[in-house]
Design a protein around this ligand. Structure first.
Ligand code: AMP
Ligand code: ZN
Length: 672
């Protein structure tokens, strides 16, 4: 076999294994074997760049940046769907369909029109173009006429075939919905919360947001799925909607088995009721069902309105509501001192999760609901995820029940709460002594978008504060193994991880430090702009209100907040501690060189380099998402070698066929 034949055979084989795994859910080789084969293919492709194929199975993994998403006109417009919310609406529509068809002179005889009922997947619509069985383009719906080209990202979705199976039309588009399965959504949010990031609202927004990420390596990690429901081509290839779905499945697409051909309104109603009941047991969210005239020639007769096909109708489910009892209300104090009321509920199952707590937003909301302890309340999930108390069942109020009263004092530190003119929230202003505020500020400093300190979760921060080991972020850098010893729940390993995390955080660039300070109104973007405009903390301290307002995105409110922070004598010692610890309090060259081109790559660094020190090379790799390994093994993806790399290492690398690149090549790879 020639190299090319080997490459082609491997590609073919790996596509097949992907299909077995993701579409048929029936793998015939182990993950390990798959990875080995993929590695070999990677290697062969790296050695033969002339045979690059953008649909190779190797293109599924690793990063790639889309700077801007090009707008492209759809070959076939992507229509919306008409909605109905009741069986009456639906009945009227079916009557309209019959009437129209008979007006068109279609003789249906005694039989009724058949419909294919499908689930209405709740995600982001997508249109995929295949030419000669190869995926060539993926467009979002956009306004239906034009969409955004998200091909690079869509290729990272395992259930999207890059190359088709069996027979297929030579050139066609296929439409579907990109969804984020509930489990992946819950896991993603758990991770985000651990990292101190704001959780996402719901799977649908997350799916469409993910398609527009610039870094496709993140798309890969999210676990999106693509469910298909319609083929669009110049000539209609199929005679029925139901048959089209079966054909799409045979070509290698993921088409849920849930579609059903119904021959009467009664059957359609059974389908609707069944899935309204079963929706919570599905792995992904649905927000209704779609009913389509099954016969494609009848679809063509019925045609389209300006916005939607006349031959299809969505039946939207109502938001799920449940009743439960309000046990009590607690008040949470956040990092900024804002106090949020939370309802503690008798646990109840709602749309896929057991709900124990729900947000009550603020004092006005409590008053509006006229909430009393022990009340029976109705819950709904906002966007089907975050539970909210919608209303109270007044007929079930217990006589003598106590009205819920917003407290006058902070539940944590007893300071008097203040509600400023025109603000919805109450605040505790005792920022220096109120424990949740102290803990919240340090947690924010440690969070991923700030100092990204691994090994220190929310609980650990609370533990350290409660044991009086730290009072502010600067204190973190004064922790030693000795001082941490004997703290309950902190084993030796956790101590080591924690200290290592703290040490590593010292390389975070200036703008992250600035963001981590938690200056009110200074978010990630503003921190970046301030860092760029003033270069260093010293200069920021000298900044006047005018020069602050002159920075893009900085208004008076932000300027005032930064100005006061920098001049507050209270902050002086903390900033000093950070400086002594060696944090980046000014912009430096390295700090600019971040990205994710090396995401998930395990890299060994060896030898002596010209432009950077070995430590700097390692930093550079980590800043770009790579993982440093101490020694070469079969897990190694890449070796960056300088002069004087040991011959035994070189030999080992060759044996394992791991690519070796130079400092120069690394910099090129990173676009530096
Ligand atoms: P709407 O967004 O309310 O206009 O509903 C139309 C959207 O429903 C389409 O753009 C599709 O993305 C989506 N959809 C989800 N499931 C289906 C399905 N089985 N058939 C057709 N469209 C669907
Ligand atoms: Zn307080």
């Amino acid at each position: 076999m020639t190299e090319l034949e080997k490459i082609q055979a491997l590609r073919h084989e790996l596509h097949q294994h992907n299909y077995n795994y993701y579409i048929l859910d029936n793998p015939i080789i182990s993950d390990y074997e798959f990875d080995q084969k993929l590695k070999i293919l990677h290697h062969l492709e790296a050695q033969n760049p002339q045979w690059f194929d953008s649909n190779s199975p190797t293109q599924r993994v690793g990063g790639g940046l889309t700077k801007s998403f090009e707008t492209v006109t759809h070959r076939f417009p992507m229509y919306s769907l008409e909605n109905s919310y009741s069986i009456e609406d639906l009945t009227l529509w079916i009557e309209r369909v019959h009437r129209r068809l008979s007006d068109e002179g279609v003789d249906m005889g005694m039989s009724e029109v058949a419909f294919t009922c499908e689930l209405k997947y709740d995600g982001a619509s997508i249109s995929l173009t295949y030419t000669n069985g190869q995926l060539v383009r993926a467009l979002t719906r956009g306004d239906g006429v034009q969409g955004d080209d998200v091909t690079q990202n869509v290729k990272k979705i395992n259930t999207v075939p890059l190359v088709l199976q069996g027979d297929y039309p030579a050139d066609f588009d296929i439409r579907g919905e990109i969804v984020l399965p509930k489990e992946a959504f819950v896991r993603l949010n758990e991770e985000r919360i651990l990292k101190g990031e704001v959780p996402f609202m719901n799977p649908r927004n997350t799916a469409s947001g993910t398609l527009k990420l610039q870094d496709s390596a993140i798309v890969e990690s999210r676990g999106l799925q693509c469910l298909l429901y319609a083929v669009a081509a110049n000539q209609s290839v199929y005679t029925s909607q139901y048959e089209m779905l079966q054909e799409a499945k045979r070509m290698g697409f993921l088409v849920p088995e849930t579609a059903k051909r119904c021959r009467s309104l009664g059957e359609i109603i059974v389908f609707i009721e069944q899935w309204e009941h079963l929706r919570s047991s599905l792995p992904y969210e649905i927000d209704g069902v779609v009913i389509k005239v099954d016969d494609i020639s009848l679809q063509e007769r019925l045609g389209y309105t300006a916005k939607a096909p006349r031959w299809a109708m969505a039946y939207k489910f109502k938001a799920e509501q449940v009743m439960t009892r309000l046990e009590s209300v607690s008040y949470q104090v956040g990092r900024t001192g804002a106090v949020t009321p939370v309802a503690n509920l008798n646990p109840v199952y709602l749309a896929g999760t057991v709900v124990k707590r729900a947000s009550l937003h603020n004092a006005d909301q409590i008053e509006k609901l006229d909430l009393h302890i022990g009340d029976t309340v109705y819950l709904e999930k906002g966007g089907d995820i975050i539970p909210k108390v919608i209303s109270v069942e007044l007929t079930k109020r217990i006589p003598g029940a106590l009205a819920v009263r917003f407290p006058e004092h902070c539940p944590e530190c007893k300071a008097t709460l203040v509600r400023k003119e025109g603000e919805a929230l109450h605040y505790c202003l005792n920022e220096d002594q109120c424990p949740p505020q102290i803990i919240g500020r340090i947690q924010h400093f440690c969070s991923r978008k700030a100092m990204d300190i691994e090994g220190i979760g929310e609980e650990t921060v609370a533990l350290l504060v409660n044991h009086r080991l730290i009072e502010n972020s600067g204190d973190l850098y004064q922790l030693t193994p000795e001082r941490l010893q004997g703290i309950p729940r902190l084993g030796e390993l956790s101590i080591a991880n924690l200290l290592e995390g703290i040490e590593k955080s010292k390389v975070q660039p200036f703008d992250k430090v600035l963001f981590g300070l938690g200056i009110r109104h200074v978010g990630e973007t503003v921190a970046k702009k301030l860092a760029k405009a003033f270069f260093s903390l010293e200069q920021l301290k000298q900044a006047t209100l005018e020069s602050l307002v002159a920075v893009e995105d900085v208004g008076e409110r932000i300027a005032q907040s930064v100005f006061s922070y920098m001049r507050d004598p209270k902050n002086e010692p903390i900033l000093k501690q950070l400086k002594v610890a060696g944090l980046n309090l000014e912009l430096n060259e390295m700090a600019e060189m971040t990205g994710s081109k090396l995401a998930h790559q395990k890299i060994v660094v060896s030898g002596v380099f010209e432009r950077y020190s070995r430590d700097e090379i390692k930093q550079l790799i980590e800043r770009n998402g790579g993982q440093i390994m101490g020694s070469i093994s079969s897990k190694t993806d890449l070796i960056v070698a300088g002069d004087q790399m040991g011959p035994s290492k070189r030999k080992k690398a060759e044996e394992l066929s791991i690519s070796i690149i130079s400092e120069k090549q690394l910099l090129e790879l990173l676009g530096l």
